[in-house]
Design a protein around this ligand. Structure first.
Ligand code: COA
Length: 259
């Protein structure tokens, strides 16, 4: 299946999905999110696919966030729809019956951090950076980030990262438990393949059962995802959001007024 913004290869039962907008640091526009959803759906039904890797194109960025240029001018309702549809695609990764590893090859900011967190395992290259910088735009995470970051690193650090918008490097992400391994960039894919070869040697039925069972631990958390959709939508109607996104596009510092 051909995609506009994804490259896909299948080798030895492993489907590699590469987000391919390097000029925009692989920022996720609507089309790319839809294509990720379609690629995961195909992978579920394709018996030739035993496991997946999701990565970004180029040496600098996994995904630098949602595409900010597409957020400008959205209504509250359009914001809710965007957030909900992203959550659905990311949930399809998290609940994929086949193991999915994020090969984080650089910036994993905003939706990039959220995408990596929807995967079952994260392997980061030494130059990787993780963060939820949406507050800098007058916004919040909208693709599950407010719910998943806390699951991986706990409330203390999750709140700090969401509130400050600061990013952390790969070693910090490792010590917080956000990533499983940090490796030199030229060993990123080989480390993912090594892990997936081991997982592939186990019973696929048991692997699916592990994924379903571990996910079930968090599944009474539905309200949190709904709250995120509502709050994400509300942010889009604020003057601060207009200022934050305009400042990004105009490459200047934002001045928020609290309206
Ligand atoms: N949405 C849209 N475009 C983005 C983007 C995003 N999230 N992140 C980067 N880009 C674009 C830049 O606008 C730039 O495009 P241009 O060359 O047409 O001007 C290009 O990608 C390269 O980015 P640039 O900012 O020049 O690279 P940098 O190395 O100086 O900085 C980042 C890298 C990741 C620190 C910076 O791009 C950034 O802060 N991005 C936004 C992160 C963010 O807020 N994500 C959450 C969004 S909700």
């Amino acid at each position: 299946m051909a995609f506009e913004n994804l490259l896909t290869t299948i080798e030895n039962g492993i489907l590699t999905i590469t987000i391919n907008r390097p000029d925009k640091l692989n920022a996720l526009n609507k089309k790319t999110v839809e294509e990720i959803g379609a690629a995961i759906k195909n992978a579920e039904s394709n018996d030739a696919v035993k496991a997946l890797i999701i990565t970004g194109s180029g040496p600098k960025s996994f995904v630098a966030g949602a595409d900010i240029s597409e957020l400008l001018g959205l209504s509250i309702e359009q914001g809710r729809v965007l957030s909900r549809s992203g959550q659905i695609v990311f949930k399809s990764i998290e609940s994929c019956s086949k193991p999915v590893i994020a090969a984080v090859n650089g910036f994993a900011l905003g939706a990039g951090c959220e995408l990596s967190m929807a995967c079952h395992i994260r392997v980061a290259s030494e130059n990787a950076k993780f963060g939820q910088p949406e507050v800098n735009l007058g916004l919040i995470a909208g693709y599950g980030g407010t719910q998943r970051l806390i699951q991986y690193i706990g409330k203390t650090k999750a709140l700090e990262l969401h509130l400050t918008g600061d990013s952390i490097n790969a070693e910090q992400a490792l010590s917080l438990g956000l990533v499983n391994y940090v490796v030199p960039q030229d060993q990123l894919i080989s480390k993912c393949l090594e892990l997936l070869e081991k997982i592939k040697s186990k019973s696929p039925k048991a692997i699916t059962s592990v994924i379903n069972s571990v996910n079930a631990y968090f599944e009474n958390n539905i309200d949190g995802f709904n709250t995120e959709v509502e709050e994400f939508g509300k942010c889009l109607a604020t003057e601060d959001f207009k200022e934050g996104t305009s400042a990004f596009v105009e490459k200047r510092k934002a001045h928020f007024i609290g309206k």
